[in-house]
Each structure stands twice: as structure tokens, then as C-alpha cells.
Write a protein that binds this ligand. Structure first.
Ligand code: AR6
Length: 181
């Protein structure tokens, strides 16, 4: 599914984020930035060991924030490492921390002249955020940013399984943007 938000395209696909040819892909990282399971493990395996070496120099990353590195062996030139909330730990602040992780990722993209970005579904795996609650927060945060930032031409959500894809599709329909063919 693809919609137009201002001048930009917001797209949902089911797939593997490590294979994306966008200029940047976003990693669902943890505050150490030193790797882990899920998307994080897959991105580090695909990018090669140089990615971890660069991550070691960054001094970690707080929940709701993001840091940027090169993409090494990936098709993407950059990896943006975003730290989402641990759902149970953040409690009532979870939506605000999640929205901030998406917004900070896009701010870094704008600062680096990146026009195309792929996101996974931050926090809905190991961090336990129910996908039906996370999807509208994620999509609204990205859409709000795109409205004021036409320099980002494409944001693609790359959703690993059909349950996650369907939750995002339903949430995106709820936002009422015109479908783009
Ligand atoms: N491409 C796209 N999505 C994927 C892929 C992939 N290759 N692999 C898994 N997913 P998670 P989190 C989906 O756990 O919840 C790590 O250990 C997955 O099905 O990767 O933010 C970090 O180091 C789920 O829908 O991220 C942190 O410690 C979504 O990506 C912690 O996990 C996010 O799942 C972060 O947890």
C-alpha cells in the first residue's frame, strides 16, 4: 500500500529490511548500540563487522533517540540506529518515546541529505509493544514529519510478517491519505 503525504510517498511492504535499496535503513537498536537479536542482528550480519566497530565509537543512544552510521556491505549507504521504548518499562510514556524514535531518525536523514528511508516496526518484537497500538503511533509520527519535510521523498515501512503488515495497513487507512498508484 502506498499513499501520498504532502510531496512525499509513504509505503508499506512486507519483507526483509536488510535487502532494501533505500539510501538509509533504520535499525531497531538497543541503548548500547552493540548489536542484538531481531532486526538488529540481521542488519549487523548483513552489513559486516565494520558496522559494530563504528557503533562502538558512538557512546550509545537513549530511548527515543537515533544515531547514524555507514551501511558497509548493505545496499543502503547509511544505517540509522533508533532506540524505541521497552513497552512495559515506559508505561504511559511509550507512545511519546516511540514517536520520538521515528522523528529523530527522519531528522538525521534530512541532515544527511538522505531522500529515501526504510523503517522496520520499532519496538514490536523483543521490546513488546503491541503492534496494533504501535502502528498508528509510528505512522502518525512519520506522516507529521513528512508534511513539513518534502526533502524526504520516500518512507517505506518494511514489515516482516503478515500480522504486522495488516496492522499497519489498517492504521494507515485510518489516517485517510489519498492512495498513490
Ligand atoms: N526485516 C524487517 N523486520 C524484521 C526483520 C527483518 N529482517 N527481522 C525481524 N523483524 P525487534 P524491537 C521485525 O525485536 O522490538 C534487539 O535485540 C520483527 O518481526 O527486532 O525494537 C535489539 O538489540 C518485529 O516486527 O526490535 C534490542 O535489544 C520488528 O521487526 C531489541 O531487539 C521489531 O522487532 C529491540 O526490540
Amino acid at each position: 500500500m502506498k499513499v501520498k503525504v504532502g510531496e512525499s510517498i509513504l509505503e508499506l511492504v512486507q519483507g526483509d529490511i536488510t535487502q532494501q535499496d533505500t539510501e538509509a535503513i533504520v535499525n531497531a537498536a538497543n541503548p548500547s548500540l552493540l548489536g542484538g537479536g531481531g532486526v538488529d542482528g540481521a542488519i549487523h550480519r548483513a552489513a559486516g563487522p565494520e558496522l559494530l566497530e563504528e557503533c562502538k565509537t558512538l557512546g550509545g543512544c537513549a530511548p527515543g533517540d537515533a544515531k547514524i552510521t555507514k551501511g558497509y556491505r548493505l545496499k543502503a549507504k547509511y544505517v540509522i540506529h533508533a532506540v524505541g521504548p521497552i513497552y512495559k518499562k515506559e508505561g504511559a510514556r511509550a507512545p511519546e518515546v516511540l514517536a520520538s524514535a521515528y522523528r529523530r531518525s527522519l531528522e538525521l536523514a534530512s541532515e544527511h541529505g538522505i531522500r529515501t528511508v526504510a523503517f522496520p516496526s520499532l519496538s514490536t518484537g523483543a521490546y513488546g509493544y503491541p503492534v496494533k497500538e504501535a502502528a498508528p503511533v509510528a505512522l502518525k509520527a512519520v506522516a507529521d514529519y513528512l508534511k513539513g519535510h518534502p526533502e524526504i521523498e520516500l518512507v517505506r515501512f518494511v514489515l516482516y510478517d503478515s500480522k504486522t503488515y495488516q496492522a499497519y495497513e489498517e492504521a494507515l487507512r485510518g489516517l485517510g491519505f489519498p492512495e498513490f498508484c
